[in-house]
Design a protein around this ligand. Structure first.
Ligand code: SF4
Length: 74
């Protein structure tokens, strides 16, 4: 069975397990952009689309639960 949003899932599971956090740009890029076809890892010219900005703000505000998100995307 195809795993949907594998990069999001992998990073979210790391965060939930305490292996890593959401401490900066690279963490949010891994979580929110890793499954996006427009993402170029490590390149400076990556833009911040509206979805990225909204989801990052929700995560920073504690308004998006990663565990629930993983379940909803399964
Ligand atoms: S900011 Fe948006 S468009 Fe850009 S790589 Fe991330 S998800 Fe994709």
């Amino acid at each position: 069975m195809e795993v949907r949003f594998p990069a999001f899932r992998a990073k979210a599971e790391e965060v939930l397990a305490g292996v890593s956090g959401l401490d900066g740009e690279e963490d949010y890029r891994r979580l929110l952009c890793g499954d996006c076809p427009f993402y170029h890892h490590g390149e400076k010219e990556n833009e911040e689309c509206g979805s990225y900005r909204i989801l990052r703000k929700l995560l920073e505000a504690g308004a998006l639960d990663l565990g629930n998100a993983i379940k909803a995307l399964s």
